[in-house]
Design a protein around this ligand. Structure first.
Ligand code: NCD
Length: 357
C-alpha cells in the first residue's frame, strides 16, 4: 500500500480514495468498505448470488458446518459507538455463521477512549487482536480515519463502515439492493421512491450512490421541505445521468413506482442541536397508509431500513402480501453481510464451488 499523509488522503475525491481502500493485490476490489461508490455492477451481482448460496447452504446442518469452517481461524470486532439493533446483530451473526469468534464494544465509555485514547490508537490496539473491524460512529470521517490508520499499520486488517453519522451506510445499501433484486427480479429500468428524512438518513444516500450501477433507474425523492436530499447527491445523480424528481406528494407517486423505500424522521439530530419538542404530529403526507398498498403495482415492494416509528401504518406489519418486504429485508442483511465478509477474506469461490456440488 502506498503511504500518503492523512491530509493528502482527505484532499482526494472519493473516487481517488477508492484504490487506497482496495486489496493489496487488486486495488479495485473492496477491502475496507467505507462508501457505496466502491461497488461496481459485477461485484454487486456476484455478492447477491453469493448471498443466495450462503442462505441455501445454511438451511442444512452440513451446509452450516461447512460455512462455519471457512473463517474459524479469523476473528471480528464490532465497535458500535451509536445505537444499533439490526446492523450490529446481523453483522455478528454473519461473522459467526462463517465461524468467526466475535468481540463487541457497544459503549465506548467502557473502553480506553474514555481515558482520552485517540480513535487511531484504539483501532491499532483492536487490530492486534482481530482480523476485521466493523464500526458505527456518530461522526462522518471516523471510519475513514480507522481505515487510514490500518493502511499505515503493519497489520492491515479491513474496516467496514456500519454507519457514519449522516454520511453513509454502505452495507445497508447492499442489503437494500439485494432485497430490491429479489423482489423485482431486476433493478434496471425501475422507478424507486425514497421517502422521509432524506437529509440526515445515511441509508438513502448510500442507496442513491449504488443506483449508478443500474440502467434507466428513476428516483422520486419525497420529503418535507426542511429534510430534502442533499445537493451533493443531486450533483452526483446529474453527473451519472440518473433521472430524479423531488416531491412532497407520496400518495400521487404510489401507483407509478416499483418500490417505495420509507425512512423515519431522525429526531435525535434535532435534539442534539437543542430542540426540545418533537414535531407534535407526524406530517401525514409522509406516512405510508394501509390503503396505499392496494394502489401499488402488482409487482412492487415496500422497503424500510428500520427502525420505523409511525411512518408506516403498523397494520401493514401483519398483512400477508408479497409486496411488504421490510421484515425479509432485515434478514437479507445477514446473508449479504456474510457474502461481503466471505469475498473480502477470499473464501467466496470455495463457497460457490461447494454450493454447486
Ligand atoms: C438506519 C441507520 O442506522 O442508519 N438503520 C439501520 O442501520 N438499519 C436507519 C435509521 O436509524 O433510521
Amino acid at each position: 500500500m502506498k503511504r500518503i499523509s492523512w491530509t493528502e488522503f482527505t484532499n482526494l475525491t472519493v473516487s481517488d480514495r477508492i484504490p487506497h481502500l482496495g486489496k493489496e493485490n487488486d486495488p479495485a476490489e473492496p477491502f475496507h468498505v467505507l462508501y457505496a461508490q466502491q461497488f461496481s455492477r459485477p461485484v454487486l451481482d456476484e455478492l447477491c448470488l453469493l448471498a443466495d448460496h450462503i442462505r441455501k447452504l445454511h438451511k442444512t446442518k452440513e451446509g452450516a458446518d461447512f460455512l462455519r469452517a471457512r473463517l474459524s481461524h479469523r476473528t471480528a470486532m464490532n465497535l458500535f459507538a451509536q445505537p444499533s439493533t439490526r446492523t450490529w446483530m446481523s453483522f455478528q451473526l454473519a461473522e459467526q455463521n462463517l465461524g468467526m469468534p466475535t468481540s463487541d464494544i457497544r459503549d465506548v465509555s467502557t473502553s480506553s477512549q474514555a481515558k482520552g485514547e485517540t480513535l487511531q490508537n484504539s483501532i491499532r490496539t483492536f487490530s492486534s487482536y482481530v482480523d476485521l473491524i466493523v464500526m458505527r460512529h456518530p461522526d462522518r470521517g471516523a471510519a475513514e480515519l480507522a481505515a487510514y490508520e490500518m493502511n499505515m499499520a503493519d497489520r492491515r486488517i479491513p474496516v467496514f463502515n456500519g454507519g457514519s453519522g449522516q454520511d453513509q451506510h454502505p452495507t445497508q445499501a447492499l442489503l437494500d439492493i439485494y432485497t430490491l433484486q429479489k423482489s423485482l427480479g431486476e433493478i434496471d429500468g425501475k422507478k424507486i421512491a425514497m421517502v422521509g428524512d432524506l437529509m440526515r438518513g445515511r441509508t438513502v444516500r448510500s442507496l442513491s450512490y449504488l443506483m449508478k450501477n443500474y440502467k434507466g433507474v428513476e428516483i422520486y425523492y419525497v420529503a418535507p421541505e426542511r429534510l430534502r436530499i442533499g445537493d451533493d447527491i443531486k450533483e452526483f445523480l446529474k453527473r451519472q445521468h440518473i433521472r430524479y424528481t423531488e416531491s412532497d406528494n407520496l400518495e400521487a407517486i404510489i401507483p407509478i413506482v416499483d418500490a417505495v423505500y420509507m425512512t423515519r424522521i431522525q429526531w435525535e439530530w434535532d435534539k442534539a442541536a437543542g430542540a426540545t419538542t418533537q414535531d407534535a404530529k407526524y406530517d401525514p403526507r409522509f406516512v405510508f397508509k394501509k390503503e396505499y398498498l392496494g394502489r401499488m403495482k402488482q409487482k412492487s415492494c415496500l422497503l424500510h431500513p428500520l427502525p420505523k416509528i409511525n411512518e408506516i401504518d403498523s397494520e401493514l406489519d401483519y398483512v400477508e402480501d408479497a409486496r411488504v418486504v421490510y421484515w425479509r429485508q432485515e434478514r437479507n442483511g445477514m446473508w449479504i453481510r456474510a457474502a461481503l465478509i466471505a469475498r473480502v477474506f477470499d473464501v467466496d469461490k470455495e463457497i460457490m464451488a461447494h454450493a454447486a456440488e
